[in-house]
Write a protein that binds this ligand. Structure first.
Ligand SMILES: [Zn+2]
Length: 350
């Protein structure tokens, strides 16, 4: 199979048609063609009460490995900005070209302000399953009094809070409000959803009255997310390891995602974020492609974007406790891990 590994990739957005290019204000620098690598980092839902989650919760070491605290994310953002990263929309970097042997994908032209580097951000498992709520993470995304996306949670002392300061989505929204040049064309990130416990904290999966009510409650949040630069991808329905699942299991899982999640997020999600970063291959991958997915994301410490015949692979870099504590070298090009680590973290064991 033809394969082109793009360590240094050429990219593009619809930027030429965007408002910045159409009517640059006097302060806008000239845009230049970007030809470097496309980096992609991902996080899990944040820990707003890490003292509880990491010390008194039901699975402190799991959260210590795979999650980061609100404080860590808030320390990361200004460093990403200061280090010249800008958020870009992954799907707009790739264009489909029709050929006699079928569609192939090419990189589109990406133009950025001089010195800036594109960064794709994704959030996995933004579903708020019960174990996250039990460990005092946030419990759902909601709209606040101004119509902005905020996060609701119950603190360890029983207080219910709605705030824009405790989760990735509203923190990025606020940061881009302050620093619009941290985003190209308003891009924010990809929300990679499973479905088995609903989406965004709403128990939307199923066909009963309760599920339908939850679907109605989730709809305005989804609408607002889409209007503010967020996109959606599949993270499977029930989070199986696709590299070891039978084809029947993969088909059933994908069919459920299409039935219970895709109608809620609308459009035609093309991004598939592998659970555990473990890629499907052979007939499994073919099934996912027939289902309409075109960009497949796994995990690696380095930027890797590969154009295959008819689809694209992009690796993502983990930003989690394991990386912060044990593999800080993988993060140094984005921010200084030592200055980001939350002192509340216990030592990582196992
Ligand atoms: Zn996951």
């Amino acid at each position: 199979m033809r394969q082109r590994v793009l360590a240094a990739v050429v990219v593009a957005t619809g930027l030429a048609a965007g408002p910045a290019a159409a009517s640059p204000d006097p302060g806008t620098p000239d845009l230049v063609r970007y030809r470097g690598p496309i980096e992609h980092i991902f996080v899990h839902p944040l820990m707003p009460s890490p003292r509880y989650t990491l010390r008194r919760g039901t699975q402190p070491q799991e959260f210590n490995k795979w999650s980061i605290t609100v404080r860590e994310f808030r320390r990361m953002l200004p460093q990403l900005y200061a280090n010249d990263w800008v958020l870009v929309d992954l799907e707009s970097l790739i264009r489909k070209v029709r050929t006699p042997r079928g569609p192939v994908y090419k990189m589109a032209k990406l133009k950025l302000p001089p010195g800036k580097k594109p960064l794709v951000l994704s959030i996995d498992d933004l579903n708020y399953p019960q174990y996250m709520i039990d460990n005092h993470l946030n419990s759902k995304l909601v709209l606040d009094g101004d119509g902005n996306v905020a996060a609701e949670r119950v603190t360890p002392n029983g207080t219910t809070l709605v705030t824009r300061r405790s989760e990735v989505v509203p923190l990025v929204d606020r940061f881009v409000e302050k620093h619009p040049d941290f985003s190209i064309n308003g891009a924010k990130g990809i929300i990679a959803l499973t479905g088995v416990e609903g989406i965004l904290g709403y128990r939307t999966s199923g066909d009963g009255r309760r599920a339908r009510r939850e679907q109605r409650r989730a709809a305005p949040i989804v609408e607002r997310l889409k209007a503010t630069g967020w996109t959606f991808g599949s993270h499977s329905y029930a989070h199986p390891d696709m590299s070891t699942s039978s084809l029947a299991r993969l088909q059933q899982d994908t069919d459920r995602w299409e039935r219970y999640v895709q109608p809620l997020v609308g459009g035609d999600p093309r991004v598939y974020v592998y659970p555990f970063g473990a890629p499907a291959t052979g007939a499994g991958l073919a099934y996912l492609r027939r289902a309409g997915f075109r960009i497949f994301c796994s995990i690696s410490p380095a930027a890797r974007l590969v154009l295959e015949d008819g689809y694209v692979i992009q690796d993502r870099v983990r930003v989690d406790g394991l990386a912060l504590l044990k593999q800080p070298a993988t993060l140094k090009r984005f921010f200084d891990p030592a200055s980001v680590v939350d002192p509340v973290r216990p030592a990582l064991t196992g």
